[in-house]
Design a protein around this ligand. Structure first.
Ligand SMILES: NC(=O)c1ccc[n+]([C@@H]2O[C@H](COP(=O)([O-])OP(=O)(O)OC[C@H]3O[C@@H](n4cnc5c(N)ncnc54)[C@H](O)[C@@H]3O)[C@@H](O)[C@H]2O)c1
Length: 253
C-alpha cells in the first residue's frame, strides 16, 4: 500500500518549483492531486506530465489572493474527487528583499495578499470539510525567514512568521478533531523563485545574505517534497503544530 493511496490533495503553486515536486511525490504515493496555480501554462504542463505517467490530476486555475477563487478551488476538488484529505499551502512570492525603510506599498500588499491571506482563505474553506470527514492534514510552506529575523525583506519575514503562528493556532484549535497542521521552513531551494524577483533592494539583499557562506548547501525540491510527504502521511500522525526547518542546520548555528 502506497503512503497516500486514494487520498485527495490540493497543492497550491504546484505548476512549478517546490509545489510541483510535492504534487508529483504525492501522486507517486497514490494521491489524486489538484494542481492549483495562476500560471496556466505551467499548471497544464504539470497536469499532462502526471496524467501521462498514469496518475490522477486536475488543474485548477486560481489566484490564492482572491477568496472566492480559493473557495472555488476547494469546491472543484470535492466535485471531481468527492473529498479533500490534504491541503498544501505552497503558493508564494518574494518581496524583492525590501528592508523596512524601503518597503513599497504595492510589494507589501502583494506579499500579504498572496503569502498570508491566501493561506488563511484556503484553511478557512477546507477546515469545515475536514471536520465533516473527521480528519484532514494541512501543510503550510513557511520559510527560514519565518523562524529567524534577518534572512529576507520585511514583508516576507512578517508573513512567514504569521504562517508559523497560524500553523500552531490551527493545530491547537483543531487537533482534537483529528486535523493536523504543520509547516516547512526551507532556507534556499533552487527554483524559479529568486529569478522572479526584480528591482531587488541592494541594502536588504546584502543584509539578508550575510552568513550564507555558513549554509552547507542549498536544498533541492526533492528535499522539501520528502518533508511534505511525511507531514501528509500517517507516519507523522503524532506531529501537529510543528514548523520544521529545512536548512541543513544553517539556523542551528
Ligand atoms: N525557493 C526557495 O528558496 C524558498 C525558500 C523558502 C520558502 N519558499 C517558499 O516555497 C513556496 C514555493 O516557492 P518556489 O521556490 O517553488 O517558487 P516558484 O516561484 O518556483 O513557484 C511558485 C509557484 O506559485 C505560483 N503562484 C504564485 N503566486 C500565486 C498565486 N497568487 N496564486 C496561485 N499560484 C501562485 C507560481 O505561478 C509558481 O508556479 C513559496 O511559498 C515560497 O515562499 C521558497
Amino acid at each position: 500500500m502506497r503512503r497516500l493511496e486514494n487520498k485527495v490533495a490540493i497543492v497550491t503553486g504546484s505548476g512549478s518549483g517546490i509545489g510541483k515536486e510535492i504534487a508529483t511525490a504525492y501522486a507517486k504515493e497514490g494521491a489524486k492531486v489538484i494542481i492549483a496555480d495562476f500560471a496556466e501554462e505551467a499548471m497544464n504542463q504539470t497536469v499532462s506530465e502526471l496524467t501521462d505517467d498514469g496518475h490522477e490530476a486536475m488543474g485548477v486555475k486560481v489566484n490564492v489572493a482572491v477568496s472566492a477563487e480559493v473557495d472555488q478551488m476547494v469546491d472543484k476538488a470535492i466535485e471531481r474527487f468527492g473529498r479533500v484529505d490534504i491541503l498544501v499551502n505552497n503558493a508564494g512570492v518574494g518581496d524583492n528583499m525590501q528592508a523596512a525603510a524601503n518597503v513599497k506599498d504595492d510589494t507589501w500588499d502583494r506579499v500579504i495578499n498572496i503569502n498570508l491571506n491566501g493561506v488563511m482563505y484556503a484553511m478557512r474553506k477546507v477546515i469545515p470539510h475536514f471536520q465533516e470527514n473527521g480528519r484532514g492534514t494541512i501543510v503550510n510552506m513557511a520559510s527560514i525567514t519565518g523562524l529567524t529575523g534577518g534572512r529576507g525583506g520585511l514583508a516576507y519575514t512578517a508573513v512567514k512568521h504569521a504562517v508559523v503562528g497560524m500553523t500552531k493556532n490551527v493545530a491547537s484549535h483543531y487537533g482534537p478533531e483529528n486535523i493536523r497542521c504543520n509547516a516547512i521552513a526551507p532556507a534556499q531551494v533552487q527554483t524559479g523563485f529568486s529569478a522572479s524577483m526584480d528591482n531587488v533592494d541592494t541594502f536588504g539583499m546584502e543584509a539578508a545574505t550575510r552568513g550564507t557562506n555558513l549554509m552547507p548547501r542549498a536544498g533541492t525540491v526533492g528535499d522539501i517534497a520528502n518533508i511534505a510527504l511525511f507531514f501528509a502521511s500517517e507516519e507523522s500522525a503524532y506531529v501537529n503544530g510543528v514548523t520544521l526547518a529545512a536548512d541543513a542546520g544553517w539556523s542551528a548555528y
